[in-house]
Unconditional design. Structure first.
Length: 157
């Protein structure tokens, strides 16, 4: 079983968790990046993100330097933007067929997860989508107990 951890991270929180998962599970890791990065003004990005989610916007993302056909397990990380996955993840899921793969989603957020995992499940038709891990932060401080995250990671191995 080959595993890849894929993630999009705006503030760095999702990246921290992706690296923790990768350290425990091995395999490969790759970051999903937008061609045009979001700005540094958090409040402006929040407003932009709401507009993008509401209209179904899919930003252009950089080409991944991995061949997804080589993996049967995908750990997919996203920050929660307005109760769902980030627009960059929407672009990734619409551009890549994960059929036949097992997907383990995780989502970082500072509030309510909304329908993020249900949206991932709906976007990954033909995949086996396992129970996701909701990981809470207050700004850059982890609120979810590390032991809970590690227990979830053990399900991937």
């Amino acid at each position: 079983m080959r595993t890849i951890t894929l993630y999009y991270s705006y503030s760095g929180n999702t990246k921290k968790i992706a690296e923790m998962i990768h350290e425990k599970t091995g395999g490969d890791i790759a970051q999903i990046d937008t061609v045009v990065p979001y700005g540094d003004d958090y409040n402006q990005v929040v407003a932009q993100g709401q507009d993008e989610v509401n209209c179904g916007y899919t930003p252009e993302i950089k080409k991944l330097e991995v061949d997804l056909s080589e993996y049967d397990t995908v750990v997919l990380g996203t920050p929660v933007w307005w109760y769902t996955f980030a627009p960059a993840i929407k672009t990734f899921l619409e551009s890549n067929d994960l059929s036949g793969k097992t997907v383990y989603p995780f989502a970082t957020n500072g509030g309510w997860i909304g329908h993020t995992f249900k949206d991932i499940e709906n976007a990954c038709r033909g995949s086996v989508v396992k129970a996701g891990m909701n990981i809470r932060f207050t700004e850059d401080r982890l609120k979810t107990p590390a032991a809970d995250i590690e227990k979830w990671i053990q399900k991937i191995q």
